[in-house]
Ligand binder design. Structure first.
Ligand code: URA
Length: 210
């Protein structure tokens, strides 16, 4: 178990503490904890599912194929990755070995709940005005119950603590679409979602400053 954290711990202390996390068994096979990244205070927090193979090796979230498409669309939407906080619901890579490859395996609810401890702390420190759930695991972790992403995509749900959570797909969903026209259409929808995120974050900042 990592040492107890002070109530007013910084994001760097939290990240350091998460390096030795044993809250669930996923640490055993993973290379390292992949903690969130971004400014210690940010208006928007993006939450993915869990690190993939590349993220596990690099120790950084969204730096593999899903990260490439996420970065590209974020930029097209006019959002600067350096100004948003990016993290995952689960901070260790879960996989099945297949020959030399490590195949992504979806985290279960127990693993997601165990790791929610870290996400809750990140939210407390980063104090975002808007959270974006990238896919079902992130939405479940942020809202505290299973969310039908296909039905609620593009909608904003408000948590008990008042934090608005924008629901959208995980960018890896776009990568899995085989048909080029369908893939382009889904990419456009994701771009529209991120444009809406930018507008929602800007208007919440404006309403608070007014
Ligand atoms: N998928 C995620 O959900 N998070 C990452 O960091 C990378 C891929």
């Amino acid at each position: 178990m990592p040492p107890a954290l002070e109530e007013d711990a910084s994001i760097d202390t939290l990240r350091e503490s998460a390096r030795t996390c044993r809250r669930c068994p996923l640490w055993r096979d993973a290379t390292q904890t992949v903690f969130g990244e971004g400014p210690p205070r940010a208006d928007i927090i993006f939450v993915g599912e869990q690190p993939g193979d590349r993220e596990d090796l690099a120790g950084k979230p969204f730096v593999g194929p899903a990260g490439d498409i996420f970065d590209a669309i974020l930029e097209e939407a006019g959002l600067d990755r350096a100004r948003v906080y990016v993290t995952n619901a689960v901070k260790h890579f879960k996989f099945q070995p297949r020959g030399k490859r490590r195949i992504h395996s979806k985290p279960n609810v127990g693993e997601m709940r165990a790791c929610h401890w870290w996400l809750a702390k990140e939210l407390k420190i980063v104090k975002p005005r808007l959270a974006v759930a990238l896919g079902a695991t992130a939405a479940h972790s942020l809202i505290g119950k299973p969310i039908a992403v296909t039905r609620l995509r593009g909608e904003t749900m408000t948590r008990d603590d008042g934090l608005p959570v924008f629901i959208t797909i995980h960018p890896s969903f776009i990568l899995r679409i085989r048909d080029p026209a369908d893939r382009r259409a889904e990419r456009r929808r994701f771009l529209a979602d991120l444009v809406a995120v930018g507008k929602a974050a800007a208007s919440s900042v404006a309403s608070i400053r007014r």
